[in-house]
Design a binder for this molecule. Structure first.
Ligand SMILES: Cc1cc2nc3c(=O)[nH]c(=O)nc-3n(C[C@H](O)[C@H](O)[C@H](O)COP(=O)(O)OP(=O)(O)OC[C@H]3O[C@@H](n4cnc5c(N)ncnc54)[C@H](O)[C@@H]3O)c2cc1C
Length: 274
């Protein structure tokens, strides 16, 4: 167990040594038929990785803030409803008490994670400590490079810009609880006084191997009044930009097919979040 970021990064420079945050993904490696790493560095007790720092223009979440704390801290606040819904719907209560935001963003080969689309829709960034210094990357960039980070790299925080956005998160599990979602849509929007879309971010998770923005739909909705029927119709017109991944839980075509319905639900969530 490391006591400080410096302790952790020093230990992590040893090749084959990886961070252990909540452990909820790592502990199930053998169930997935994966080998365990040779050594782990526990980062969950490092104080700065557990703080939530609210500033004028941004909020910094320590990478070890848990899903349960996200719900506790952000539910009911218009800009953060989507993030709270994503954290609160993931997994089950016991896992949410342990699983961290940094772990959720860093887990490789897990395609149904809830927080990546929610954080993409918020234009969030991550801060990394790397052997050469500290670096800030967009969440999208981090998802692209996380597999190739050198030994010694550690995500220390997630930075959320504060803007007057309304947000929503819609996910479709096959069962009501305890199931990975077939598809996820996260939405964040700034609306003008007459209800038109000034700024919109829509992100999709679980459909393709990596979460990503749905920019074709964002462009179609920009400048229009935001309403669930229009959003559903535009989503149907642009959903063919996705290639759904086949898996034992659901075929790829089904993941794409349900997207317009999730866009409708995310739009309703955005409109009702104040
Ligand atoms: C029963 C069950 C149901 C689940 N359902 C859902 C669900 O519905 N939605 C969902 O999104 N997730 C779900 N999960 C997955 C779970 O949310 C993730 O496993 C969890 O978010 C990972 O966080 P952790 O802190 O436990 O990570 P760990 O298991 O500690 O680590 C996961 C990976 O991230 C790396 N890592 C962790 N922290 C950092 C860091 N700060 N910097 C760099 N690398 C780091 C680790 O080295 C490891 O590779 C479920 C898990 C279980 C067990």
């Amino acid at each position: 167990m490391a006591d400080s970021v410096a302790d952790a990064t020093a230990a992590l420079t040893d090749d084959g040594c990886v961070p252990l945050a909540g452990g909820t993904w790592i502990m199930r490696a053998s169930i997935r038929g994966e080998a365990q790493s040779r050594r782990y560095v526990g980062i969950g007790r490092i104080p700065e990785l557990n703080t939530i720092d609210v500033k004028d223009g941004e909020i910094r979440l320590g990478a070890c803030v848990t899903h349960a704390r996200l719900v506790e801290s952000f539910a009911g606040l218009a800009q953060w409803n989507g993030l709270a819904a994503a954290a609160g719907a993931a997994a089950n209560p016991a896992v949410r008490e342990m699983a961290t935001v940094g772990g959720n963003l860093s887990t490789q080969d897990f395609f149904a994670a809830d927080l990546p689309p929610a954080l993409l829709s918020l234009d969030a960034a991550v801060e990394l400590v790397r052997p050469g210094g500290t670096e800030r990357l967009s969440v999208g960039r981090y998802l692209d490079v996380r597999r190739t980070l050198e030994p010694g790299a550690l995500m220390t925080s997630i930075v959320l810009p504060r803007r007057p956005m309304r947000t929503g998160h819609a996910r479709l599990p096959l069962r009501k609880a305890g199931d990975y979602p077939v598809a996820i849509v996260s939405m964040a929007a700034v609306l003008s006084s007459d209800g038109r879309v000034d700024v919109i971010r829509i992100a999709v998770g679980s459909v393709e191997p990596a979460a990503g923005r749905w920019t074709e739909l964002e462009e179609k909705l920009l400048g229009r009044p935001l309403d669930p029927d229009t959003a559903h119709e535009m989503a149907e017109a642009t959903a063919d930009t996705f290639t759904g991944r086949d898996s034992v839980e659901a075929p790829g075509w089904y993941r794409v097919k349900v997207l317009p319905a999730l866009v409708r639900r995310a739009t309703q969530a955005v409109l009702s979040s104040r």
